[in-house]
Write a protein that binds this ligand. Structure first.
Ligand SMILES: Nc1ncnc2c1ncn2[C@@H]1O[C@H](COP(=O)(O)OP(=O)(O)OP(=O)(O)O)[C@@H](O)[C@H]1O
Ligand SMILES: [Mg+2]
Length: 144
């Protein structure tokens, strides 16, 4: 059972990016973040801010089609997954999922992680995104 450690109300994409930048400096390499939330709730937007906060200069793009986008910054990496299109755990294993999850100089950020919910993962965070009635409002909750 994970514990709620932070709640943030975002009113626009820029708020989400700033929150992610601030949070990024508190999460160490070797961690994995499960990103839970509906289509368009802000998971990729958050990842853009998170990568910028850690000094990555690459433009973060949605990994929905490639499944995995890899960003590097000197000897460190962000592995940004979107498992939405995967149908089975074996597809995740085939792309080397376990190796990425155990990387000590990488942070795995995983959109649509439900497929691998049962995996035993060290240093795991969960961030949930919910869309408020207000079209640009988002509630972001961080669990550790
Ligand atoms: N407060 C907000 N925070 C983040 N994004 C917002 C906010 N308000 C509006 N948006 C808009 O919502 C959309 C979020 O898209 P994004 O690609 O980040 O979602 P996603 O959760 O990654 O979706 P998917 O599951 O399809 O990958 C963007 O178009 C963004 O501009
Ligand atoms: Mg996305």
């Amino acid at each position: 059972m994970q514990k709620l450690i932070k709640t943030f109300i975002s009113n626009c994409p820029e708020d989400t990016i700033q929150f992610a930048k601030d949070l990024s400096t508190t999460i160490s390499y070797g961690s994995t973040i499960f990103m839970i939330g509906d289509l368009g709730s802000g998971k990729t937007t958050f990842t853009k801010g998170f990568a910028a906060g850690l000094g990555y200069s690459n433009e973060v793009q949605s990994p929905t089609y490639p499944i995995l986008n890899e960003y590097s910054n000197s000897n460190n990496f962000i592995y940004h997954f979107d498992l939405y299109r995967l149908k089975s755990v074996s597809e995740f294993l085939e792309i080397g999922g376990i190796e990425y999850l155990s990387s000590q100089n990488g942070i795995c950020i995983i959109e649509w992680p439900e497929l691998i919910e049962g995996f035993d993962i060290d240093n795991k965070f969960k961030i949930s995104f919910s869309v408020n009635d207000d079209i640009s409002g988002r509630k972001i909750e961080v669990y550790k």
